[in-house]
Ligand binder design. Structure first.
Ligand code: MG
Length: 257
């Protein structure tokens, strides 16, 4: 069941989302050659706590998982797609790093992700990152009352196809609110006009995950997911609300003046 949010609840989610956007921006600046993802994780934790929010992923335990997630940040490197554990491994030139972060603020969750190229990366990787970002932007442009989740998925799928990238199979976005993962699944593929119709008050996380090789994925022992063929992957995510005026991005990053 999709839980609709009131305009007041969406305002709270936007407040939390702005905090999240600001933290991700700071982490992006810090993600340079020679720093570890563990250091980024520590900063993410401190920044969330000092904003009077709570980390969403720390101790999060999806149904069926044996133990809770042990960190604040998901930091997935190179062929890693999602749920990568922060570690002491230092970032190197040529890495691509996916930073996925969620927080809970005044009872509501927000969730967002970015991909950052470290040092000098190849043009192909630059294109993979830019294309995944474009897919997120173009799917958000589809959002309008009366359109469908199929329209969102179609926009993502077309962007991948046109650029020769694959969609990571089996990984999706999700509804979000008082729960980190609510209905529905937000698929990264779809058909125009198919699927649930978008209604005012729906809030969900859209998260295209593209792989430079084929779309098959594997789950590692630590619970993270990586591209099966070892190709590099990119991921972008925003928490978005459906409003009368169309999409409202709740995890907007602060304007750089
Ligand atoms: Mg998410």
């Amino acid at each position: 069941m999709i839980i609709l949010k009131t305009p007041e609840e969406i305002e709270i989610m936007a407040e939390g989302g702005r905090i999240l956007g600001g933290i991700l921006l700071e982490l992006e600046h810090m993600a340079q050659v020679g720093i570890s993802t563990k250091e980024l994780d520590d900063v993410a934790y401190e920044m969330i706590m000092s904003a009077h929010a709570k980390p969403a992923f720390l101790n999060y335990r999806p149904t069926g998982a044996k133990r809770g997630y042990p960190a604040t940040l998901c930091a997935s490197l190179n062929d890693g797609i999602v749920h990568g554990l922060p570690s002491k491994r230092l970032l190197r030139s040529g890495d691509i790093l996916k930073l996925d972060l969620g927080l809970r603020y005044k009872g509501f969750y927000s969730d967002a992700a970015i991909t950052v190229g470290i040092g000098r990366i190849s043009n192909e990787l630059k294109n993979l990152i830019a294309t995944t970002k474009t897919a997120l932007d173009s799917s958000i442009k589809e959002i309008k009352i009366g359109k469908t989740f199929g329209d969102i998925g179609f926009a993502i799928m077309q962007t991948a196809k046109k650029n020769g990238f694959s969609i990571a199979e089996g990984l999706t976005g999700h509804g979000i609110g008082k729960g980190l993962h609510e209905d529905p699944y937000v698929l990264n593929f779809g058909e125009h006009g198919k699927g649930e119709v978008l209604e005012e008050g729906m809030v969900f996380a859209i998260e295209p995950m593209f792989i430079a090789g084929n779309g098959a994925i594997r789950e590692l022992l630590d619970g993270s997911y990586a591209a099966k063929d070892g190709s590099y992957a990119a991921h972008f995510e925003h928490t978005v609300a459906v409003t009368k005026k169309g999409a409202r991005i709740l995890t907007q990053r602060p304007n750089l003046l």
